[in-house]
Design a binder for this molecule. Structure first.
Ligand code: ATP
Ligand code: MG
Length: 566
């Protein structure tokens, strides 16, 4: 079982299952980790991997899943137990922060950032802060502040402190003033288009030569709100010919006249992300500031600002942005879908928002396992949603009652049906009790199964008794009772009198490549057993031989479920 071939095969299968495809390069690290001898002949191992990956890439998803059951992945758990490791961290001294802008609801990418920050602080017995980076009045709302706190709580993330950057505007102004006094920043009154052009061309503008007195005067006018939007900006004195465009005299503060949800009209000069982030991390005592990789080019500026102010510098750590195939894991992509009415709202179950995932029956634990499985590596990957769903399935499988649902029901009439009560187990392995279903002589089974039946075929009404088909009529199938004992024949779930109308919403990918997928939802209808009347909204069940679903809505005539996974 532990031959090199076997280990390669296992990782190839897992990789293909998680990402849709596998290649030797993406699994060689894991192979060497588990089979140290492979290091002696990496080329040989790669050749075998090449062959195996090719085979695996030809396999279907279900086939891969089936074969995967033969392998165990203990070594991965070992890796996960190590948790988030930070270089140069001292126990008891680590402070991290999660800094959302309250301009939308959290999505699963935010969950990755938040869990990394939270788990790192926990590992080193440090502190974890939730800091709202709310210095952009135009986009921010109280509604989002409340939702973010609620969603983090749902994930099980409890901050030691909650701060608002906008409460620190006086400090931010004072640091801006210091930079001006030191000649490290100046007021630029160029129009934004001009500024942009000069920046692209690496040219300095005349404002750079403005004297100290004039800069101070303009600074005071800005902070007093006596200038209009676009009239003036504070710029950092960087290097206009730097290779790194982020260093070409970036804007530190600008005028924004819109009222702020928390500070009302108290301020109208607001800091840029670069300025606010660096100051808040430093004065907030953050030891390890983590953010996504797209900010990497801005690291130089972050440190230059702190150097210019002689402020303490946190360690900056970058990790890859989480992306999921077919899913808009970004506020920038989610917000327009909502505004254009392409989805119903922030909690639409097709979205990767935490609210959406919750409605789709994804448990917080599954989200945690999934996002932390990538660690703080910078390696870009685009896993399938399947990886999250299979993490989720491990959890809900143990806790979901089994019930019967007949999709597109077909009527079965059993002549000479005995008076019987079916005793159905609510779960095959867990102690969840049984339910009694009084059976008459009319049943409904799924159309898919009914299509397989013809006169003479025998099948078992699952958990009840066997029947034999006498005649397939239009709209119903006439059967006769054929005894109780378990025999080798198809076992079909059924519902009988007392059934409920049921609708199952099946979400699909919102994007295919870059393109919006108009067919992002299918609806399946049928009857579910009367027992379902006891379920409450939010209940997760497994409809036997169909899949897991979460009860989303109850109305008098109809139960609406959202499909989770097979
Ligand atoms: P979006 O692209 O969704 O608008 P954002 O970075 O503008 O994201 P913020 O509210 O500023 O949204 O994000 C707070 C934190 O979450 C940041 O540190 C950011 O790096 C992190 N984050 C946002 N999206 C992702 C993602 N897809 N994967 C990992 N981390 C993310
Ligand atoms: Mg941001």
């Amino acid at each position: 079982m532990h031959s090199l071939e076997n280990i390669i095969r296992k990782h190839a299968l897992r990789n293909a299952f998680d990402y849709g495809k596998t290649s030797p390069n993406s699994i060689i690290g894991k192979i060497i980790h588990e089979f140290a001898d492979a290091k002696k002949d990496v080329k040989g191992a790669m050749e075998i991997a090449q062959k195996i990956c090719k085979e695996v890439n030809k396999m279907g998803k279900a086939q891969i899943e089936e074969e995967l059951k033969n392998y165990s992945f203990e070594e991965k758990k070992e890796e996960e137990k190590k948790g988030i490791e930070l270089e140069g961290a001292t126990e008891g001294k680590v402070i991290t922060r999660f800094p959302p802008e309250p301009s939308g609801y959290l999505h699963i990418g935010h969950a990755k950032a938040a869990f990394i920050d939270y788990e790192a602080a926990k590992k080193y017995k440090g502190k974890f802060l939730l800091r709202f980076d709310d210095t952009n009045p135009e986009k921010e709302k109280e509604e989002f502040v409340l939702a973010i706190q609620k969603d983090l709580k749902w994930l099980g993330i409890v901050p030691d402190e909650v701060l608002f950057a906008s409460d620190y505007m006086r400090e931010i102004y004072s640091h801006a003033h210091t930079l001006i006094k030191k000649g490290k920043a100046y007021i630029c009154t160029c129009a934004s288009e001009e500024m942009k052009k000069a920046r692209m061309e690496g040219k300095e503008c005349a404002c750079r030569k403005r004297n100290g007195k004039e800069n101070t005067l303009l600074f005071e006018k800005m902070t007093a709100g006596e200038m209009e939007e676009g009239e003036a900006a504070i710029r950092f004195r960087g290097e206009m010919n730097s290779q790194n465009t982020a260093m070409r005299d970036p804007t530190l503060m600008r005028m924004v006249k819109a009222p702020h949800y928390r500070q009302a009209n108290k301020y109208s000069a607001w800091p840029s992300y670069d300025f606010e982030g660096a100051i808040m991390d430093s004065i907030g005592g953050i030891t390890h500031a983590m953010r996504t990789k797209e900010y990497e080019l801005r690291d130089e500026l972050y440190f230059a600002i702190l150097d210019a102010l002689s402020l303490r510098k946190p360690a900056l750590i970058e990790f890859s942005r989480l992306q999921i195939k077919g899913m808009p894991v970004s506020k920038r992509l989610i917000t327009p879908l909502i505004e254009e009415g392409k989805v119903e709202g922030y909690d639409d179950f097709r979205l990767p928002t935490l609210r959406g995932l919750a409605r789709r029956g994804i448990l917080p634990r599954a989200i945690k396992e999934f996002v932390l499985s990538f660690g703080i590596s910078k390696v870009e990957s685009e896993p399938n949603l399947e990886k999250l769903l299979s993490e989720n399935k491990k959890l809900i499988d143990k806790t979901s009652p089994r019930l019967f649902f007949a999709r597109e029901p077909v009527k079965i009439e059993v002549k000479n049906a005995p008076q019987k009560e079916a005793l159905l187990r609510n779960h095959p392995t867990e102690k969840m009790g049984e339910r009694k279903v009084k059976a008459g002589n009319v049943f409904y089974i799924p159309k898919k199964d009914a299509l397989e039946l013809k006169a003479g075929s025998t099948f078992r009404l699952k958990g009840l008794y066997n029947v034999k088909v006498e005649e397939v009529q239009k709209g119903k199938i006439i059967c006769t009772y054929e005894g109780d004992e378990l025999i080798d024949c198809p076992k079909i779930q059924w519902v009988c009198e007392g059934f409920l109308n049921c609708r199952i919403l099946i979400p699909h990918e919102l994007f295919i490549g870059e393109k919006f997928n108009e067919e992002n939802l299918t609806i399946e209808e049928g009857y579910c057993e009367g027992e379902c009347a006891k379920l409450k909204i939010g209940a997760i069940v497994q409809f036997e031989r169909y899949g897991f679903a979460r009860l989303d809505k109850i109305s008098k005539e109809l139960l609406t479920f959202i499909y989770i996974s097979s």
